[in-house]
Ligand binder design. Structure first.
Ligand SMILES: [Fe+2]
Length: 396
């Protein structure tokens, strides 16, 4: 048991994930001794602290968690936040989700619509009131610019789907945490994740899990000069960013998009409100530990404002190809097997992560392995991320 924040509440047993040999990832924990159907305010606070400190936690043994209680927990994490999923209602998500809704079926759980059923294949005769549903639009590799041949995929050759944070990046602020309960998933055979980017890197993993890397570590891997720039710089996201980049295609390693000129022109985005466009510092400070994370969601970035001190005039980069060229070496440094973890989930375990600290991605597996059922919920945060220095307020 780690002597970390949150461990002082007796019912929470927090165990940091054992370090596998050769691994450099330094985050993740498992939590036992808590029933999320019946959790006190002290336990909510301890759990919150544990997520901020450990970045990814697996709360074990929540087989009987009611969807309404999962949503209630999410709202108790951030009681000042508007009471809606960070991506809005299911109806507006399916209408305006762009890339995000194009690539998968997202269904609200009846009576707890902000808890989203995410999965693959047949979901059973009655899944919390969802009758005989087969998820026909599972995650796929369709969006990678370089095709993954179906016959390779059937043999267990897979890829990181898309490294991201759960964040609308327009109107609402990114959720502090995302919660994802595993209800059903296949556990074997293993699949092999291939980077397929010429690096030859691979990882053998269990199917149906989520992969993570820590952007605190991304920041730590930077040089002093690089840190100076990212500490003082900020990024502006496109209006309706997932519609704006909805026709873009991704790199095979799941990190970033290929520059092919597929972004929509702003005038083709329909109505949008300049006051809802998001500008965030590149570095987000962890409100509990003070750690710095490099948090640029490259696939949605439309303009960078680069400077190395508060006195500098920022250099504006508005060519998306240049933005991606600038980000690539900074973000790919972490994209190595030794920095990536996939905490194992048994049925009933719920993984919760500090969305302000790490990137995550799904990894698809062949249909023949069997169905997957997960319940996901998060809430747009009550506050915007804060950087190490303030960024100027700018008007359009
Ligand atoms: Fe996600």
């Amino acid at each position: 048991m780690g002597s970390i924040a949150g461990a002082n509440v007796s019912s929470l047993e927090i165990t940091t994930l054992p370090k596998e040999s050769g691994k450099k990832a330094n985050f993740g924990a498992v939590i036992d001794g808590i029933d999320l159907n019946n959790i006190s305010n002290d336990e909510v606070q301890a759990l919150k602290d544990a997520i901020w400190v450990n970045k990814v936690v697996v709360v074990r043994g929540q087989k009987d968690l009611l969807p309404a209680k999962q949503w209630e927990l999410v709202t108790r994490f951030d009681p000042e936040a508007p009471q809606v999923h960070s991506h809005g209602s299911v109806q507006s998500f399916n209408k305006f989700g762009g890339l995000l809704s194009k690539s998968r079926d997202v269904i609200g759980i009846p009576g707890a619509e902000n808890v989203r059923l995410i999965g693959k294949g047949y979901q059973g005769s009655d899944h919390y009131g969802i009758k005989n549903k087969t998820v026909n639009k599972p995650l796929s590799h369709d969006w990678h610019a370089t095709e993954l041949p179906q016959e390779d995929f059937e043999c267990g050759h897979t890829r990181f789907q898309r490294w991201h944070i759960d964040a609308p990046l327009y109107e609402r602020d990114p959720a502090w945490f995302t919660t994802l309960r595993c209800i059903k998933r296949p556990t074997y055979p293993k699949v092999t994740v291939h980077w397929d980017d010429g690096s030859g890197q691979t990882m053998e993993v269990e199917p149906g899990l989520t992969a993570f890397f820590s952007n605190v570590q991304t920041y730590e891997l930077m040089t002093t000069d690089e840190r100076n720039v990212v500490d003082h710089s900020w990024v502006e996201y496109a209006p309706h960013p997932y519609q704006w980049m909805g026709s873009c295609r991704g790199n095979s390693n799941g990190l970033g998009v290929v520059s092919e000129g597929r972004e929509k022109a702003l005038e083709d985005l329909g109505e949008w409100d300049p006051t809802k466009v998001k500008r965030y510092p590149m570095v987000w400070v962890n409100p509990v530990t003070g750690e710095k994370s490099f948090m640029v969601h490259g696939i949605c970035a439309r303009r960078l404002f680069l400077r190395a001190s508060e006195k500098d005039e920022p250099k504006i980069v508005d060519d998306v190809a240049e933005i991606r060229r600038w980000l690539k070496p900074l973000q790919e440094r972490i994209l190595k097997p030794e920095y990536i973890i996939l905490p194992s989930l048994e049925e009933g375990d719920i993984v919760m992560w500090a969305n302000w600290q790490c990137f995550h991605t799904a990894i698809d597996y062949p249909d023949s392995y069997g169905p997957r059922t997960m319940h996901q919920a998060n809430i747009g945060a009550s506050s915007a991320p804060v950087g190490p220095v303030s960024i100027p307020v700018m008007s359009w």
